[in-house]
Design a protein around this ligand. Sequence first.
Ligand SMILES: *[C@@H]1O[C@H](CO)[C@@H](O)[C@H](O)[C@H]1NC(C)=O
Ligand SMILES: *[C@@H]1O[C@H](CO)[C@@H](O)[C@H](O)[C@H]1NC(C)=O
Ligand SMILES: *[C@@H]1O[C@H](CO)[C@@H](O)[C@H](O)[C@H]1NC(C)=O
Ligand SMILES: *[C@@H]1O[C@H](CO)[C@@H](O)[C@H](O)[C@H]1NC(C)=O
Length: 386
Amino acid sequence: MAFIHLDVRCLYAILICTAFGSTLSSNTEIKVNPPEDFEIVDPGYLGYLYLQWQPPLFLDNCEEHTVEYELKYRNIDSENWRTIITKNLLYKDGFDLNKGVEAKIHTVLQGQCTNGSEVQSSWSEASYWTSPQGNLETKIQDMNCIYYNWQYLLCSWKLGMDVSFDTNYYLFYWYEGLDHALQCSDYIEDNGKNIGCRFSYLEEPDYKDFYICVNGSSKSQLIRPSYFIFQLQNIVKPLPPDYLNIVVKKSEDINLEWNIPEGPIPATCFIYEIKFTEDNTTWMATTFENQMYVTRTSNDSQELCFLVRSKMNVYCTDDGIWSEWSEIECWRGVRQEEILSFLIPFAFILFLILVITCLLVSKQKTLQKMILQKKQEVFPRQETIC
Ligand SMILES: *[C@@H]1O[C@H](CO)[C@@H](O)[C@H](O)[C@H]1NC(C)=O
Ligand SMILES: *[C@@H]1O[C@H](CO)[C@@H](O)[C@H](O)[C@H]1NC(C)=O
Ligand SMILES: *[C@@H]1O[C@H](CO)[C@@H](O)[C@H](O)[C@H]1NC(C)=O
Ligand SMILES: *[C@@H]1O[C@H](CO)[C@@H](O)[C@H](O)[C@H]1NC(C)=O
């Protein structure tokens, strides 16, 4: 009997489970529409785009705040989608406009209005291309931007390969904080053609995406624009360190010292590379300090030399450019031949001085004698006069 009772309980449990399951499955039938009017808008910031949309239709039995959107976007050709979950109707991000942009979005319902389960709409898609004009050969080549000493930004490029005589190029830039894209105000020219730009004072451009577009014009052909995105703190090239000094403490302990490059870069943001030469052997090392202790490998080494260059370190930026090498600083040990070659002329000069003083002294003595003799000759005469 006990067995039968148990079986009946099990049966009840199974019945309840299936009943509950069927209510759940009926809930997943709730449908939701994708967002309306999904579009990618280019505000003219050279790569910073707005992805925007409107709420889905027929959300009657749901309150607005329970609606979320899952947004996915990427540059066409890139492998990974970036995914964003948001309750807003607008999302902004930077894109490489040399390529197209594609994005998709769907509505996600969760919580009360779906009785706890998650409901997703179908995807709504959008894409964006800057109308590709001109063939690839008309683009500028070898764009190179350097932020010298975290103060002066300078970009340079080479002309396109297949361009007509009247082609010229123009640089535009934008970063967060500017109302609109600005044109370069100080071009570097070569034969009347713009091949670079010196940027005037930039207000707080660091740790932001810095968008650049170099486009061009020609009467006879279309010129393909090029787009670039930099973070200025990642393209800093510091000044080389100066005032290098070698202090030889004991015969084998050496201290290398140098000055932190002057300018706005904090002392804690540097890493240094040292090239040290002891006679014929050279080695390299890096340090975060502006000095380094070194041990001589041989007491006989005659010449110790080093030079240093600097770069921004990983605590302040993701990347950087090495400065030029500093002037070389050398210390030379004193060899025995050098001591001799120094002592011999010194001894010779000392000897000469000795001889001359001797001569002078002896000459003075003879002079004094002569004067005395003359006096003696004069006095007797006076006596005779008196
Ligand atoms: C949620 O469940 C309750 C009862 O379990 C039901 O009355 C209601 O219609 C369900 N809501 C939706 C949106 O299906
Ligand atoms: C170059 O780009 C700027 C900024 O987008 C634009 O204002 C300008 O008209 C373009 N010039 C040419 C020749 O396409
Ligand atoms: C350094 O190199 C030169 C020539 O290569 C050689 O004559 C000299 O002996 C070397 N000095 C040392 C300390 O090895
Ligand atoms: C150099 O000379 C000092 C003192 O004369 C000695 O203590 C030391 O071991 C020497 N070092 C080398 C590398 O020969």
